[in-house]
Design a protein around this ligand. Structure first.
Ligand SMILES: [Ca+2]
Ligand SMILES: [Ca+2]
Ligand SMILES: [Ca+2]
Length: 594
């Protein structure tokens, strides 16, 4: 070796040293110093427990496995050589940088020494108040990810902060919080059905074990740019995602995966532009119009009119509803959640529909105000297809929350049919007289309302002189619940059950699907039914796609009206039928023979 200047010799040694290191990857790394993460997390075989070292100042030395500027921090995990052999201790920890500007200059694969204080935040253990952060080495192979196959036993705490890998293809089953938090619920084995819907034999516990949540790596609410959007500018439930992997974190929303690689979604459940064919010569539909109020509520008062808060919102709401009703193209339409202000709102909707479909296409069955609730059910029809026989009938039994409205029609073939629009008591707001015993609040009341409805039906058959009765509407009861059983036990056929189980739903709640929206046919009518479908324009869509301005970056949104409104979120509104309501409409085809 020729004599070299000192500095160059030193450089050569450094180069040799580096290449020796790189070519001997199997050589054990120098031991990692500091406090071990599994000792910080503690052993937690089952439920959530706080770190035994809360409040202690510690130094850790571990490998960066995820960097999340949107969460103001990063995740580290023990090198495999430093992990204990206890499956009940987590080897991962979140480093929360917050406003500490000397924290967070790290990359995935860095070996870091970090000093700070152990803290619990929303039940997640984190290294907080960081006082020192040193990158010791870079480009390391990451600690192994734990592979989790669903269903899982619910003991997620032992993975808190760690890399997890879910190899299964999962289905989007929950997009309720998508617009607000950038989160999606995913399930193994297809979407989840409410256990009382009758689609399968699942239990609540079995459903829970099949579900995880993925986040977008952003804790701020109403993000300006939503993750995971489809080409149709939505992300529908029923879409699928190939194996997801990332860091398992715990926050106010529970345990969730923060992906470190962009998940690959498939639009397995694209928007259906038209309802499936139902055949027949007469179409009857039921549609919820999401509080269609032509009285506005500009000050967002809780006791004021429901529905749109401004003329701009109303225009968007009406455009969606008209698109949905036009798409149904029913001869008879039963409507739920129309403002109960005489026939004013109902006529406004008919006028809007006729403006789109042609003058005189639809006419309202005028009932005036029905009962005392803020909303009512209503019926509209195509005069060119059917002729009302006699006056509309309203059942005045005091048991109803919203009285049912009935109308008998004769069609062009001379067939006679009585249609009843229904909206039974909702499942929310329990009191202890009729609590939630597995079928929602007010189940006993709904059973009583179903009983009254059966008496009303007897009366209607006598008046019309025809046994054909079709009960439509929102019964606020899933397919296998008591109010529906009471009606089918009296001889009605649940037409919804003709729909294949995988497609039999109209409503999403807590990431589970079911049908609250029914079509129940009297025994004489069943043989005259040619088909039924639930048009999945609403329940599969994220709420953020609806007409509302709140929280969206859209002209017309007013910051802090209502209180806390940010007007930052992405607006997914389009004038088409999608997310016209929270319930899917139901469409029945008939060929009346008498
Ligand atoms: Ca925890
Ligand atoms: Ca988020
Ligand atoms: Ca609004």
């Amino acid at each position: 070796m020729p004599r070299l200047p000192f500095s160059l010799a030193a450089l050569t040694l450094i180069t040799l040293g580096l290449s020796a290191c790189t070519s001997n990857a199997a050589t054990p790394e120098a031991p990692y110093g500091g406090t071990r993460i599994h000792d910080i997390q503690g052993a937690t075989p089952a439920g959530d427990v706080a770190s035994p070292k809360v409040g202690e100042k510690v130094e850790i030395e571990a490998v960066v496995v995820g960097v999340f500027p949107g969460l103001s921090g990063y995740a580290v995990q023990e090198a495999d050589s430093m992990a204990d052999q206890n499956p009940n201790t987590s080897e991962g920890l979140f480093v929360y940088c917050g406003s500490v500007t000397t924290c967070g200059a790290v990359k995935v694969g860095d070996r870091v020494k970090v000093s700070g204080t152990i803290k619990e935040f929303s039940k997640g253990t984190q290294l907080d108040t960081v006082t020192a952060e040193t990158v010791v080495a870079s480009g390391l192979t990451l600690p192994k990810a734990v592979t989790v196959t669903l269903p899982q036993d619910g003991n997620w705490e032992k993975y808190e902060g760690m890399r997890l890998n879910f190899p299964q293809t999962l289905t989007v089953t929950d997009n309720y919080s998508y617009g607000r938090y950038g989160q999606l619920g995913l399930s193994a084995g297809g979407r989840l059905f409410n256990p009382t819907n009758g689609n399968d034999t699942s239990t609540q516990a079995a459903n829970d074990a099949r579900k995880i949540v993925i986040d977008d790596g952003v804790s701020a609410q109403n993000p300006a740019s939503l993750p995971y959007l489809s080409a149709q500018q939505t992300r529908r439930t029923g879409d699928t995602v190939a194996g997801v992997s990332g860091v398992w974190v715990q926050n106010a929303g529970g345990y969730m995966l923060e992906p470190v690689a962009t998940p690959v979604f498939t639009a397995a459940n694209p928007r259906p532009n038209a309802p499936q064919a139902v055949g027949g010569t007469l179409r009857v539909a039921g549609a919820n119009v999401l509080n269609y109020f032509n009285d506005l509520n500009p000050d967002y008062s809780s006791t004021g009119p429901r529905g749109a808060n401004s003329a701009g919102e109303f225009e968007r709401q009406q455009a969606k509803i008209v698109a949905a009703l036009k798409g149904l193209n029913a001869d008879i339409l039963t409507l739920m959640e129309v403002e109960n202000n005489g026939d004013t709102a109902l006529q406004a909707l008919v006028d809007a529909l006729n403006k789109e479909m042609g003058a005189g296409t639809y006419a309202a069955v005028k009932t005036g105000t029905v009962g005392s609730d803020a909303i009512k059910v209503a019926i509209i029809y195509k005069p060119a297809s059917v002729t009302p026989q006699g006056a509309a009938q309203i059942d005045t039994d005091a048991v109803y929350s919203r009285p049912p409205v009935a109308q008998t029609f004769k069609d062009k073939q001379g067939g006679v049919l009585t249609v009843v629009a229904n909206h039974l008591k909702s499942k929310g707001s329990c009191d202890n007289t009729d609590p939630d015993l597995g079928q929602g609040c007010w189940n006993l009341l709904r059973v009583q309302q179903a009983g009254a409805l059966l008496k009303f039906v007897t009366q209607l058959k006598t008046q019309s002189g025809d046994p054909d009765v079709l009960l439509m509407g929102d019964f606020n009861a899933y397919g296998d619940e008591d109010p529906i059983k009471a009606i089918t036990a009296a001889g009605f056929e649940s037409l919804n059950k003709r729909i294949p189980a995988a497609e039999r739903y109209s409503y999403q709640f807590s990431g589970q699907f079911g049908y609250l929206d029914h079509a129940l046919a009297s025994s004489s009518l069943g043989a005259q039914v040619t088909g039924i479908t639930e048009w999945h324009i609403n329940s599969d869509e994220p709420t953020v796609a609806d007409y509302n301005y709140e929280y969206k970056n859209v002209p017309g949104c007013v910051v802090n009206t209502p209180k806390g409104n940010t007007c930052t979120g992405q607006d997914l509104f389009g004038p088409g039928p999608f997310r016209a309501s929270d319930h899917d409409p139901v469409l029945v085809g008939l060929n009346l023979t008498k």
